[in-house]
Design a protein around this ligand. Structure first.
Ligand code: NAD
Length: 406
């Protein structure tokens, strides 16, 4: 990996603290995780052999509430990545103004080469190792890359067996029939749309935009559909194997169906094939990285032709690339604001579980919209007040709230 994501995260907070005066004691405290756990998870594979997987949980900050953050399954997941993601969760929950701290977890594995049974055993194994430090009042995990509602259900089931806590409030992102919240599935993509919509005019973007989306999982797939529903034109989409491009527009639903049937986007009718690298450099109004970190770096930032970047992935832009885009007057709507819809609805889920309630989809989505419109505006005001970019504006808002908590 070109950049250590945790180093990028620390650079970001120091850069924000340079424009918004923050005491060095507070900064020191916010830059170190409160607790980090690395565990080994032995699993009997389907062929009878035993494999040991490495699992992580980083509990970065509980200053504003229980640790909150997803669990990632990925062959490149490691402690530095999880550290960075946990740190960003602390900033994100503060930017959203929700009563949560920041944490993140992961397991180094490649889900594409494992059976469902093996994945279930390793998911349950992660909980067996971690359960003493989890719980509704301690640490509340959720899905992230390659994890979903079914995995959250296996984890919830294991947690209930080990602790007899039946509140269901330890994991969020569960299926709706098992204590999940209405709206959680679409929350990150939809939240990204609300943030974009709240800032669109302020950033001088047209009413109807051309949009490029990298990644078509939970976040990218839903975002593409929601942007298209609102009249924007999706001109390119991709997954880990590559992308497709049609300047006249793609129907994200058809692209998704094609991927389900064929396993990739190769051969999608009426569109040109394009690599992920080239896709990022397409001319468009809005570029949405929605896959992994370190996609826009000092190597390709000069080639970015989008009028704005909406970061739905975590950490897709390195600090060096941030500066280059700022100079080119390409605003970057930062991850800690843009993709916070997921954690906002996760927090609603936790609250519903604790109160034994089930809120309607209309209620959940209205609350989500209200929070994101309000905080997008707050971030914009901060960035104008400090004469800086939106990322530093968002970090400044978080620093204000975290400093108060300290
Ligand atoms: P996912 O597993 O559902 O989907 C990931 C997508 O990215 C897949 O389409 C995959 O093919 C693609 N991808 C993987 N590697 C790629 C590469 N090198 N180039 C291009 N595409 C690649 O994951 P997700 O939940 O959609 O998460 C995507 C991003 O959004 C991550 O950065 C995650 O941390 C962030 N995020 C997710 C949530 C959430 O609620 N799920 C919330 C906030 C942030």
């Amino acid at each position: 990996m070109e950049t250590n994501p945790f180093e990028s995260a620390i650079k970001q907070i120091n850069r924000a603290a340079a424009v918004r005066k923050t005491s060095s004691e507070v900064l020191k405290r916010l830059s170190r995780a409160e607790r980090e756990l690395t565990v080994s998870i032995p699993i009997t594979m389907d062929d009878g052999s035993v494999q040991i997987f490495e699992g992580y949980r980083v509990q970065h900050s509980s200053l504003r509430g229980p640790y909150k953050g997803g669990i990632r399954f990925h062959p490149q997941a490691d402690i530095n990545e999880v550290r960075a993601l946990a740190f960003w969760m602390m900033i994100k929950t503060a930017v959203a103004g929700i009563p949560m701290g920041g944490g993140k977890g992961g397991i180094t594995l490649d889900p594409r080469v494992m059976s469902k049974g093996e994945l279930e055993r390793v998911s349950r194994g992660w909980v067996k190792r971690m359960y003493p430090v989890l719980g509704p009042k301690q640490d509340v995990p959720a899905p992230d890359v390659n994890t979903n509602g079914e995995i959250m259900m296996w984890m919830t089931d294991e947690y209930e067996k080990l602790t007899a806590d039946m509140s269901g409030a330890t994991f969020t992102g569960k299926p709706v029939g098992r204590g999940g919240s209405e709206g959680r599935e679409v929350a990150t993509g939809l939240g990204g749309f609300h943030v974009f919509d709240a800032l669109r005019e302020k950033l001088g973007l047209p009413e109807y935009c051309t949009v490029v989306v990298q990644g078509m999982g939970n976040v990218g797939g839903n975002a593409a559909k929601i942007f298209a529903q609102h009249g924007h034109t999706i001109i390119a989409m991709s997954d880990s194997k590559g992308g497709i491009y049609n300047e006249k527009g793609l129907n994200p639903k058809d692209v998704e169906t094609y991927k389900k049937e064929h396993g990739s986007l190769k051969g999608f009718p009426g569109a040109k094939q394009i690599s992920n690298a080239k896709l990022l450099e397409l001319k468009c109004d809005v570029l949405i990285p929605a896959a992994l970190e370190n996609q826009i770096t000092r190597k390709n930032a000069k080639n970015i032709q989008a009028k704005a970047v909406l970061e739905l992935a975590n950490g897709p832009t390195t600090p060096e690339a941030d500066d280059m885009l700022f100079k080119k007057k390409i605003p970057v709507i930062p991850d800690v604001l843009a993709n916070s819809g997921g954690v906002v609805v996760s927090t609603f889920e936790w609250e519903q579980n604790l109160k034994g309630e089930h809120w309607s989809e209309t209620e959940v989505l209205q609350k989500l919209k209200d929070i994101l419109e309000r905080e997008s505006n707050n971030v914009f005001v901060q960035s104008k007040k400090l004469k800086t970019d939106l990322r530093r504006g968002a970090f400044a808002l978080a620093l204000e709230r975290l400093e108060e908590a300290v």
